[in-house]
Design a protein. Structure first.
Lengths: 409, 267
């Protein structure tokens, strides 16, 4: 019987203990095959160390040599209540695009903070990025309590500081847990060194995190491709939100036409209704135009078609973005050349300091509200209304250079 | 939509995205359960068709059961099958006892694949690797570029988020597409069960042993098992404390063999 599943990312500043915590969780839940533990012991010994549980996550030789996580990894393990997919994210500023790649696949996050060091640059930046990625469920784990003599006072100080920052960013922490990944306190077993803490262990907490539920939004079908196999025109795509069935009326955008769905096709399946998240193929009347990038929507609640929009964007490239630059704008399966018309409210994504209100450039790891002008009409929505048409990337040379959400149309 | 539906949909999305972007693409079929699942997902994605070639890299050391399975389903599904082999290396007697396994895998698998890619001018190949198979594979991207020497630049991978994947390639690069990354060994078996997908009989117990992971007959060790149906395999895998690839010799040669192999272009 398939259990409930949860995708959770571990984020936080470098060396605050993400990989070690994951390693300890795996080890204590008996999720590590014995020969993998043997490999870890051997590899650790070769580095002159005791069994380094972080090696269960940091597999690249370079990661072990340098003692840091370079790229995100996904580890699968089971708690008593569900199957968890843990996504480890690098905490180093150099690897932010890898953190984003990993975290973007998560439904919930654990933000790790070193009890001694407290809030650091990447702690703040990662919290900010969680908000950008619309990961609403966040638990803060205060690690290395052994270095602060398991003192409640220090835990409360860190809790206060982190809580305040999260509020500024617009995230609410669901819980704060004091732990020591190194010694195993409150990871899978309650700690007897912190009798003042009566809350859950991390393992218990993982079983209580709610899985994301689909809220019912209006139908949006994004066309990926059009096939002509077997003489029939099949419009392949994913229903991002809502439901769609044969006979349903749809509004075709950006064309601005109406049509009726003749059939919802899948290979060797009798099902006819498509639900949110499903990849299917539609058959429409032959006179309805069909091509990649179109969006078929609920005629009573259509999104907008625009050539200008404002996106709150995180820039990932070393070379800054400048007003007047031409980039490629992508929203779902749509693609258009686009020009940066204005860069406003440029901020440092770690300190949240406003660097400039009207900027000429946007530097790496900075965030700003960009006014973009697309060469072709784009079907778009505000991210709060529908994330599938409210999230966008800017590409340069075929690679993602910036990621953002639509805040004004 | 249940969990398997969700996994299936994510894979189909990636397969269709790859087909849209790459004119010259092929699927790498090892005839194992993962690449066969990938092949079946392609049939779903393209409504019964597989509109590109399917490559089998033949080292010459595969199990006879695999060759039979390959030929039976290539015919049944109307596949455009390409069998790739490093003829020179095999004629020179290359094999797993000739030296390091790293060298044999590189010569008979990676080199053979390079030859096929060049000969058919392929821009992208679909592979059925999964993150949970190996810590190194856990670091992979869905659309993973390789340079002209087949090298994997794992220290500088492209960003992937919100289903937006690195798309452009210059002429000297090819892409590896990995639509099954998010599926675990157990997920694949559950999917095989649900869809009644065919898998080679090597996976089922004979004389108290079965193969959990299949490659060349010379470098694969079976495990003790009585599991002779897919349902029994699922129960066994769910309870197992041993990793799937523990019977695969090339993973064990030295701590970083898999990383070195993959950096040179191995799957």
């Amino acid at each position: 019987m398939a259990q409930d599943h949860l995708r959770i990312t571990f984020v936080g500043h470098i060396d605050h203990g993400k990989s070690s915590l994951i390693g300890r969780l795996l080890y204590e839940t008996d999720s590590v095959p014995e020969e993998r533990m043997e490999q870890v012991r051997a590899a650790s010994a070769a580095q002159g160390r005791d069994a380094e549980l972080a090696y269960l996550v940091d597999h690249l030789k370079e990661e072990r040599d340098r003692g840091i996580t370079i790229d995100t990894a996904q580890i699968f393990f089971r708690t008593p209540g569900r199957e968890c997919i843990v996504i480890d994210a690098p905490g180093h500023r150099e690897f932010l695009k890898n953190m984003l790649t990993g975290a973007s696949q998560a439904e919930a996050a654990i933000l790790i903070v070193d009890a001694e060091e407290g809030l650091r640059e990447q702690t703040r930046r990662h919290a900010f990025l969680l908000r950008l990625l619309s990961i609403h469920y966040c638990v803060v784990v205060v690690n290395k309590m052994d270095l602060v003599a398991y003192a409640q006072e220090r835990f409360e100080e860190v809790r206060e500081a982190v809580g305040q920052f999260l509020e500024r960013v617009g995230l609410a922490a669901a819980d704060f847990i004091p732990i020591s990944a190194k010694h195993g306190d409150n990871v899978t077993r309650p700690s007897d060194r912190m009798p003042w803490y009566q809350g859950l262990t991390i393992l218990e907490l993982l079983d209580t995190i709610p899985s994301t539920r689909e809220t019912s939004l209006p139908a949006r079908f994004c066309v990926q491709d059009v096939y002509h196999f077997g003489g029939q025109r099949m419009i392949a795509g994913r229903l991002e939100t809502g439901t769609l069935g044969p006979g349903d009326s749809i509004h075709i955008l950006p064309d601005g036409l109406d049509a009726s769905v003749e059939s919802v096709e899948r290979f060797e399946s009798p099902r006819t209704l498509a639900e949110a998240g499903e990849c299917v193929a539609l058959i429409l009347p032959p006179d309805a135009p069909a091509r990649r990038g179109q969006v078929y929507c609920d005629p009573l609640a259509p999104p907008q078609v625009v050539t200008t929009l404002t996106a709150r964007l995180f820039w990932m490239r070393e070379e800054p973005l400048a007003v007047g630059d031409d980039v490629t704008l992508k929203i779902a399966t749509q693609e258009s050349a686009c020009r940066v018309r204005a860069i406003r409210h440029r901020i440092d994504s770690s300190s949240l300091d406003v660097l400039e209100e009207e900027a000429q450039h946007l530097g790496t790891t900075e965030v700003a509200d960009l006014e973009l002008e697309a060469a072709s009409p784009m079907v778009a929505e505000l991210v709060e209304q529908n994330p599938s048409l409210g999230r966008l990337v800017l590409e340069l040379d075929g690679a993602v250079a910036g990621a953002g959400t639509i805040v004004a149309l | 939509m249940d969990y398997l539906d969700d996994l299936e949909s994510r894979s189909i999305y990636i397969i269709r995205e790859a087909y849209h972007r790459f004119r010259r693409m092929a699927l790498l079929w090892s005839v194992g359960k993962d690449s066969t699942t990938l092949l079946c997902l392609c049939r779903k994605a393209f409504l019964g068709q597989v509109p590109f070639p399917v490559i089998h890299i033949d080292t010459g050391y595969k199990f006879p059961e695999m060759y039979r399975f390959r030929d039976e389903y290539a015919e049944q599904w109307g596949l455009d099958l390409i069998v790739g082999t490093n003829r020179e290396a095999r004629e020179a007697g290359m094999g797993p006892t000739k030296g390091a396994k790293l060298d044999c895998c590189t010569a008979l698998k990676t080199e053979a694949l390079k030859q096929v890619l060049r000969e058919h001018k392929l821009e992208a190949i679909l592979l059925g690797i999964r993150r949970d198979e190996h810590g190194i594979r856990a670091k992979e991207r869905y659309f993973s570029p390789r340079n002209e020497s087949f090298q994997w630049d794992y220290q500088n991978q492209p960003a992937e988020l919100w289903d937006q994947y690195k798309s452009l390639s210059d002429d000297r690069e090819h892409f590896r597409i990995h639509p099954l990354l998010h599926m675990t060994e157990l997920d694949v078996w559950r999917y095989v069960q649900r869809e009644a997908l065919p898998v080679t009989e090597l996976y089922f117990a004979r004389n108290g042993k079965r193969y959990r992971s299949i490659g060349c007959a010379t470098c694969c060790s079976p495990v003790e098992s009585e599991a002779s149906t897919v349902a029994e395999i699922i129960a066994e895998v769910a309870a197992s404390k041993v990793s799937e690839r523990s019977g695969r010799a090339q993973d064990k040669e030295d701590a970083y063999t898999m990383q070195k192999l993959r950096a040179l272009g191995y799957m």
